[in-house]
Design a binder for this molecule. Structure first.
Ligand code: GLY
Length: 391
């Protein structure tokens, strides 16, 4: 790792640096305020030569694209920018086609790189395009949502959605640098900030009870953009993610823990048509509570744990029950069927030999992976949850 170079930048702006030490694919995640203005210098120090194409969405472009382009144009790297529609539906084959052709038309060569400038949708899509463009070019992640800063921009998962489910088409392709500028979160809609917070809480719930207790005391400061609290939340989350990615880049085992709440969450997202009814982080919040309720139901975890999890997520303004999801247009109160949710859970790419992998917990901070779950118990839990909708 180029430690001298990155410590210069870290000291200059009180930025923090987390290293992903994957042999041959090392990179840093820089965390701090004002990093966007430093992007040109940070990229030059780490990527050396090469020009870039920026990929972003309409929302981010409106607030920040001019600043990023200015930072990149200053040293003549900027070849062009592609602005895509905002929203989960952009993560599809049609936009991948449009984006890949756009990057080729820009004249991006093998030694050039892509800059993914946006939330999880742009990061996953642009990362995927970078991984297949000319058989793979480098890319830089500049995540603009809390969710992307603490989760999706780190670790090299790229992909798109299909009607069969989320992220079922994609690659592992590590970025060459991640710039997590916490100042960019100030323009994030509050609902998205809260949705991203679910992924922050996830790291406490899966492996760090002290961090979860700290979040219980400090979530209001984190969500109010208090610099010190937000830095601690992002840095702790990124370090936790880095440890897991270094240990298991390709998700042969322990990386699966990062899917706490995601199997339930993805099914709920699919059932709500990946719409504004349920943001990804909101689905994860409900899913994490369900994972703890299932753990209690299976007598793996002390009674009351799931209520503590739910109380914290609720205090952070997140939905914690299926009943909290607003009804869709024309949908009655019974718009979720347990068997349909189980079918959608079975589309998860973590299914192995036809068996679903669950992330369950023995306590807060003690998550584990298992394929040994009786689906009758899952159905029972979901029936209770969906039954609550009618009540
Ligand atoms: N978001 C889960 C992972 O990166 O493995």
């Amino acid at each position: 790792m180029p430690s001298i170079v990155y410590s210069n930048l870290a000291q200059a702006g009180a930025h923090r640096s987390v290293a992903i030490d994957l042999p041959g694919r090392e990179y840093e995640i820089l965390i701090g305020g004002g990093l966007l203005n430093e992007a040109g210098r940070a990229i030059a120090q780490r990527l050396g030569k090469g020009k870039c194409g920026v990929v972003t969405d309409e929302n981010v472009a409106g607030f920040h694209l001019e600043n990023l382009e200015a930072a990149l144009k200053a040293d003549g790297r900027h070849k062009g920018s592609i602005v895509l529609p905002a929203g989960e539906s952009t993560k599809c084959f049609a936009q991948l086609d449009r984006l890949s052709q756009g990057l080729l038309e820009m004249g991006l060569e093998r030694g050039d790189f892509v800059v993914a400038f946006g939330g999880g949708v742009i990061g996953d899509l642009a990362g995927f395009a970078a991984s297949i463009l000319r058989r793979g070019v480098r890319y830089v992640q500049i995540p603009t949502s809390l969710l992307a800063q603490v989760d999706s921009s780190v670790g090299g998962k790229t992909g798109i959605n299909t009607p069969q489910g989320k992220n079922l088409i994609g690659t592992f392709h590590q970025p060459n640098l991640v710039l997590a500028d916490i100042d960019l979160l100030k323009t994030l809609p509050e609902r998205e900030m809260r949705a991203g917070y679910a992924e922050v809480a996830k790291y406490g719930l899966l492996g760090d009870a002290d961090f979860f207790a700290w979040l219980e005391a400090n979530s209001a400061s984190v969500l109010a953009h208090d610099t010190a609290a937000l830095m601690k939340a992002v840095e702790t989350s990124v370090k936790a993610k880095a440890d897991v990615v270094i240990a298991d880049e390709r998700e042969a085992g322990v990386r699966g823990l990062l899917n706490l709440g995601h199997t339930f969450g993805h099914a709920l997202e699919a059932a709500t048509g990946y719409s504004q009814r349920l943001l990804h982080g909101e689905g994860v919040a409900i899913g994490m509570v369900l994972a703890f309720r299932l753990s209690e139901r299976l007598q793996l975890c002390p009674a009351g744990t799931a209520d503590r999890v739910a109380a914290h997520l609720k205090a952070a303004g997140l939905p914690t029950r299926i009943a909290d999801i607003p009804a869709g247009e024309g949908a009655g109160s019974s718009h979720f069927e347990p068997d349909e949710l189980i079918r959608l859970m079975g589309q998860d790419k973590k299914v192995k030999d036809g068996r679903m992998t669950f992330v369950l917990a023995r306590a807060i901070g003690e998550a584990f992976l298992t394929q040994d779950v009786d689906l009758a118990e899952v159905r029972g839990l979901l029936s209770e949850e969906c039954g609550a909708l009618a009540g």
